[in-house]
Write a protein that binds this ligand. Structure first.
Ligand SMILES: C[S@@+](CC[C@H](N)C(=O)[O-])C[C@H]1O[C@@H](n2cnc3c(N)ncnc32)[C@H](O)[C@@H]1O
Length: 376
């Protein structure tokens, strides 16, 4: 029997977790990706999407609960797209992410991941230093529902994942977006697209960042990632490095502080202008890394790659690795893209020495990895 959106299926056995915040189930041979459950549970589901290869569904009732299930503290958890796993203990969520990282690296790169997903804060709440709130036609603030344009209004006490100062946004115009930034220089609420900037401080270095521009979301992330990159690269004074997808110069600044000469490349021109101010010792190029990689120095000692979810890809890896760096730090927000790129790097003569995974997006399905690559 073929499935349709809205169908309710009862007593469905939930199997392994899959990349993306859902779990695999099967019904009459058809694969269904189910949200809001855990491996080993038996649940009732409602189909939310059907395509030729699989269906998607949400859990609507739990018949046999798993041992890690908890009551989500947020009343809109499960409807709002901001969290995937608020119904599970955070240690269980980290274990699920470990399974995802291990599975993706094994499947896509033939690598064995033996680590854990490292907790970076004592609580899984209050970590988001940036929020994008959507105001509905009645002027109520909310967040987008999962895989939908619908706006789920915030509960009265705000978003549990947001830093306290930005968890309950102020009234704003109906039908608009509001950016909230809990920065080291203070909290600001600005209209989407605003040019206002805030100041962040990492290892004593100040970074001016557009409130509506990219900055690592978890309050602890800039320091955690900087430490992991420096530990992996072990920079030496006088070396030459590239910081690719450099944003406002986070890693470039840390490398310059170790006496390294750095070229940063970044597509967002506002971020490049800020990087030049933030890291005057470095030089910065605005552009698509794949298109301007031929302007990298002919010899590089060190490289940091911190691409968007799509990964760096073959053109960028080939250009970077042809310069024979002695070490590459690859900061990845998608373990699948990381797996694909680590395989490509291996084909180009670079082996993965270590992979660390950090829980920089607690209670969501996202996980951040830092891989260190060295020549064979
Ligand atoms: C994950 S962020 C990392 C930023 C920075 N490393 C940091 O930690 O603050 C990825 C950055 O890549 C930039 N970006 C995305 N696609 C790009 C491309 N094709 N070429 C250059 N930069 C790009 C984005 O604007 C964003 O600043």
């Amino acid at each position: 029997m073929s499935l349709s959106v809205g169908d309710v299926l009862t007593g469905i056995d939930i199997a392994a977790v899959a990349h993306g915040g859902h779990f695999v189930a099967r019904h009459d041979g058809q694969v269904i990706f189910v949200r809001g459950c855990d491996t080993g549970e038996v649940v009732d589901i409602r189909i939310t999407e059907v395509n030729r290869r699989y269906a998607r569904a949400e859990t609507i009732a739990v018949r046999t609960a798993g041992e890690y299930r908890v009551m989500p503290p947020c009343p809109v958890a499960g409807h709002c797209g901001g969290c995937d796993f608020q119904h599970l203990e955070v240690s269980r969520v980290r274990e699920l992410k470990r399974q995802i990282v291990a599975e993706q690296l094994q499947h896509l790169a033939g690598l064995e991941f033996t680590g854990d997903v490292i907790a970076v804060s004592p609580t899984p709440f209050g970590w988001r230093s940036r929020m994008r709130y959507h105001y509905d036609e009645n002027g109520r603030a909310g967040l987008r529902a999962h895989r939908s344009g619908d706006i789920v209004p915030l509960p009265a006490d705000g978003c549990r994942l947001a830093a306290e100062s930005i968890a309950t946004p102020p009234p704003w115009s109906a039908g608009t977006e509001l950016i909230a930034a809990a920065a080291d220089s203070g909290t600001v609420f600005v209209a989407a697209g605003s040019t206002q900037s805030v100041r962040e401080t990492v290892s004593g270095r100040h970074f001016e960042v557009a409130a509506d521009g990219f900055w690592q979301a978890h309050g602890a992330a800039p320091q955690v990632l900087t430490d992991a990159v420096l530990e992996g690269l072990q920079p030496r004074s006088g070396e030459v490095a590239a910081d690719l997808y450099c944003g406002v110069g986070l890693f470039a600044g840390a490398l310059c502080d170790h006496g390294v000469t750095v070229l940063g490349i970044e597509a967002d021109r506002t971020a490049v202008a800020l990087a030049r101010r933030n890291v005057p010792q470095g030089s910065f190029l605005a552009g698509d890394v794949a298109k301007v990689a031929d302007r990298l120095p002919q010899v590089l000692d060190l490289v940091v790659l911190d691409p968007p979810r799509t990964g760096a890809g073959g053109v960028v890896l080939a250009a970077v690795l042809a310069r024979q760096p002695r070490a590459v730090a690859y900061v990845a927000c998608d373990p699948a893209a990381l797996g694909r790129d680590l395989r490509l790097a291996a084909e180009l003569g670079y082996q993965t020495e270590t992979v660390q995974a950090f829980d920089l997006f607690p209670l969501t399905h996202h996980v951040e990895c830092v891989a260190i690559l060295k020549p064979e």
